[in-house]
Design a protein around this ligand. Sequence first.
Ligand SMILES: Cc1ncc(COP(=O)(O)O)c(C=O)c1O
Length: 385
Amino acid sequence: MEFNKILQQQKEYSLSLLQKDVARLRSEGRDIIDLSIGDPKDVTPDNLKKNLIREVENMTHSQYPVSGGDADYLNSVARWAKRIYNTNLDTKKHIFSCSGTKEAIYKMPMLLDWSNGKKIFIPSLSYPVYEESARVFNVPVVQLPISKESQFLPDLNSISEDIWKTCGLFWINSPHNPTTAIASKAYFEQLLSLAKRFDFLVCSDECYNDIYYTGQPTSCLEFDDSIQWIVFRSLSKRSQMTGLRVGVVISKNEVVMAHLKKMRSAMGVGTPTFIQKVAIPAWDDDISLKKSSEIYKQKRDILLPVLKEKGFQIFGADASFYLWFSHPKLPTSQALYDYFLDHDIVIAPGYAFGSDGEPYARMVYCETIETLEKAKEKISKFRPL
Ligand SMILES: Cc1ncc(COP(=O)(O)O)c(C=O)c1O
């Protein structure tokens, strides 16, 4: 049997490797605190569990979910978009459900024709799925450098016209994983106008858009009259529902959506109906969402001061549940990783997110308060560097 050569060449998912480290160290008896993975550890709320049980009990017979989502789920998304962004979405044309945004993001390269030499533009530090999927679908990638100097966003002005002409699809993730950078409204305006001029699709991964501590980060949903964007919104992080695999894809570009729907209908990626039903209150409940950001802020503030006290330089930290940092005396991301590991804390080294990950590392604070207090205790005992 001959296997797909691209898959054979693919390295193991960088964040899964860290999980293996955690499992190995724990099996060696070490009391490891894992602050490497963005999977919220809060206890699942009782009302969510009750709703799940009710929906399962009400199920008279199990049926395939409708590809693209049920009307009541899509309506809840349209209500939310109207309330928060004052945008009108047609549930039949502009929205469909996805089983977590990761699967929808991964499949995006299948949508376009790449025989014309177009490429996928990706920030040089990114959620690894953008690049992995481009490689699997054999689409060339342009890595856009990002750095402290560019506020951890690609510098749109540094890209020449000739390069823009090769862009088919542009990934933007704001608030950004791993750096927490937030693109301004002016940045999005410029990007969308470039997209119109050079005919490419802006894929806006807004996974962390609802977790913020200063104003709500700009969303493409604010650009009502643009058809250059497609937005991915996840309930995983904002509503602590990673295990339920539910999110949504939105675009006002009806041609893009019609093609995507056609593509996805054969894939069997419909979100189970009972999951959609329990997700509706999450879209409707702005109060719990606000509270969720307040709790994340409280968690951030457990770790932020002690890290600063120990000489770590923290960037951003105004949104999402990540801390992106460096230390003048730990000059590589491996050195940061090793240093924390010496103290039984696993973090994600910057290189796990791409070529511009040096000399940084990412720490999550979506663990329980108890675990974060324990981490704080360990960090407060770090020897002077
Ligand atoms: C930037 C970003 N986008 C998308 C996802 C996928 O989230 P989900 O598939 O749970 O919706 C993640 C998960 O870590 C992420 O960090």
